[in-house]
Design a protein. Structure first.
Lengths: 553, 59
């Protein structure tokens, strides 16, 4: 793939704009709260788009297109089962506690609800996860640009990291959030023409359905048993593993996304942030799943040398990860190619900046301030926040080089993340909705859930991974294995938390006001117009989501 | 004019207007960019950019 001067110009304009946003926001940064928390002053439309964009990183964009090609329309489960319901639950039921408790981060909520050791465990694992994720994002960007454009790997690493560093160092969270909105529009508008031209080339949706096996174009029909579909899971594992444990664990407890709602101007806006974000999320399969389905349809019906085909991997079989870059390369001429490449770069940078800003908030508030220097001036914490940003970026660069040296480091880290994230929702669910949950119950439940995840992984084997204790239970896909590991870890956390809580002394009711559902005064919507209220919006979204599932049954 | 850069919708609109202009000028001036898809995308991005520039968004 060779770029024209116009393509380079578009990439250059993008770089200038993201850095300029950093300089514009810098003038508004007066305190640590401005830098790390945006002073809770961001308008609803920005928090909503940033909420969705923080999840629109490279792994999401490239990964979902790849899954669309590999599994077909079943990939929409990650949206219509594994996202919308959890986002609505976050907005309606959980934001009142996150926002109302005035916690500055998710770990800080755990401190208020439980104790310091639960906060510490969550803060340390989260901080490590975000900085490693950021590094892996950086590695993937540099690798992709090296492969498709033959750009120098080191240059890509340092250039991308340098640009993210400039705008996050200057403007902190606000700068990252503002750029995420720009990146959201760039990804959507930059990839939309691709869907249109590729769909036209494939002869439309009816031609795609006619050319593919039925498993590729039905979301539910072949989920009755694990043997019927390529994901290797049945509908129960899907609904419980993805739709409940993994989905709620990510959308309702991961500070990276929850932080975007916590910086809204008021409680109403904070509650509506994930609900409004669910609207583009509902439609996102058009941009990131459909291209994959089109690609596999085109590949299977390809005739002649000029026809589009998914590239082959060196080991044989399709290289699904390269589906999106190969579609861009095939269909985009010079000019639009620059827009497409910039959209890819934007998705990587969005993911990286999101991780870095979440990392610096948690590190500064929940580790540095909580454990090392408690009563320093605000200016001190502002400077620490800035230095932590710098340190986070440098650590990401180091992780990117480690990932480049060890083939399995990405898989290993993703695995560790799933061990940590899987059980987390049980802690929050019990903590927010059962006042009897104790601090010891939460801590040991969280630890026990993580250990249960590791044991389940050690006893199951899928695509050659896992089974390191004994390969007792084979599973046909890695995705199915992830759902089962998450389900067992959640269940272990849930049960251990309940048992330990019943054996230990709970906090007094007075201490739990505003932190637990039954002890918190209910806030009723004050907005006069129905479409500004969270409940009617949520009901409409739920109905549309259910209808879409039926439409592609 | 410079004050407008404090508004995110203006910044986004300005960015897409510039990108649209690169595509449109390239379409009319160079053979490498003379593809219909560049023209259609350029027009769409230009309309989007101008709408965002003129949008009175809450900040």
């Amino acid at each position: 793939m060779r770029l024209h001067i116009a393509d380079y110009l578009i990439i250059f304009i993008y770089f200038v704009f993201v850095i300029a946003v950093g300089f514009i926001i810098k003038r508004r940064i007066k305190s640590s709260n401005d830098f790390l928390n945006s002073n809770r002053s961001i308008p609803l439309w920005i928090t909503s788009l940033a909420f969705i964009s923080a999840n629109l990183g490279a792994q999401e964009v490239l990964g979902m297109v790849a899954s669309g090609a590999k599994y077909g329309i079943m990939t929409v489960h990650f949206y219509w089962v594994g996202a919308i319901f959890a986002m609505i639950f976050l907005g309606v039921f959980m934001m009142p506690f996150y926002y109302g408790s005035k916690a500055r981060s998710v770990p800080e909520y755990l401190k208020l609800r439980f104790d310091e050791k639960t906060r510490g465990l969550n803060a340390i694992t989260f901080a490590a996860m975000t900085v490693f994720s950021s590094g892996i994002s950086l590695f993937a960007l540099a690798k992709l640009l090296e492969v498709i454009l033959q750009w120098d790997f080191d240059l890509c690493i340092w250039l991308a990291a340098g640009i993210v560093m400039v705008y996050t160092f200057l403007g902190g969270l606000t700068s990252a959030v503002y750029n995420e909105v720009l990146q959201f529009f760039l990804i959507v508008l930059g990839l939309s023409p691709l869907v249109i031209v590729a769909l036209q080339d494939a002869g439309g949706w009816e031609a795609i359905k006619a050319g593919l096996e039925p498993q590729y174009t039905h979301a539910w029909k072949y989920m009755g048993t694990a043997e019927e579909n390529s994901m290797g899971i049945n509908f129960i594992s899907l609904i419980f593993g993805l739709g409940f444990v993994m989905s709620f664990g990510y959308w309702c407890t991961d500070f990276l996304v929850v932080q975007r709602a916590m910086i809204a101007k008021n409680m109403s806006a904070a509650q509506r942030t994930p609900v409004i974000a669910a609207i583009p999320k509902l439609l996102m399969p058009l941009i990131v799943v459909l291209p994959g389905v089109i690609a596999i349809a085109l590949t299977k019906t390809a005739q002649g040398d000029d026809a589009y085909r998914i590239p082959m991997a060196a080991s044989g079989g399709y290289d699904y990860t390269m589906t999106l870059p190969s579609l861009i390369s095939h269909y985009y001429p010079s000019g639009l190619l620059g827009v497409g490449i910039t959209a890819l770069i934007a998705s990587f940078m969005s993911g990286m900046a999101g991780n870095v800003t979440a990392f610096n908030s948690v590190f500064t508030y929940d580790i540095y301030q909580a454990y090392f220097f408690k009563n320093k001036s605000d200016r001190h914490y502002l400077l620490v926040g800035k230095w932590v940003t710098l340190f986070g970026i440098l650590f990401s660069i180091a992780t990117a080089y480690i990932a480049a040296s060890f083939n399995n480091i990405n898989d290993f880290l993703q695995l560790v993340f799933s061990f940590v994230n899987g059980p987390l929702f049980a802690t929050f669910m019990l903590g927010m909705f059962w006042k009897r949950t104790t601090s010891d119950g939460a801590f040991w439940g969280l630890l026990g859930g993580t250990i249960a995840a590791a044991i389940t992984h050690g006893l199951t084997i899928a695509e050659g991974k896992g089974g390191w204790i004994a390969p007792v239970y084979p599973i046909s896909s890695g995705m199915g294995q992830a759902f089962i590991v998450a389900s067992f870890s959640w269940l272990a956390n849930f049960l251990i938390t309940i048992v330990v809580s019943l054996l230990t002394k709970p906090k007094a009711d007075e201490e739990l006001k505003g932190l637990v559902y039954s002890l918190t005064e209910k806030v009723y919507a004050t907005e006069k117009k129905w479409y500004l209220r969270v409940a009617p919006l949520s009901i409409i979204l739920l109905i549309i989501t259910i209808l879409l599932n039926f439409l592609f049954f | 004019m410079l004050e407008k850069f404090n508004q995110l919708s203006f910044v986004i609109g300005f960015f897409f207007t510039l990108v649209a202009l690169v595509l449109l000028i390239g379409y009319f001036l160079t053979t490498a960019l003379a593809e219909k898809i560049n023209l259609y995308t350029g027009v769409c991005l230009l309309v989007f950019g101008l709408v965002m520039i003129n949008l009175k968004s809450e900040e």
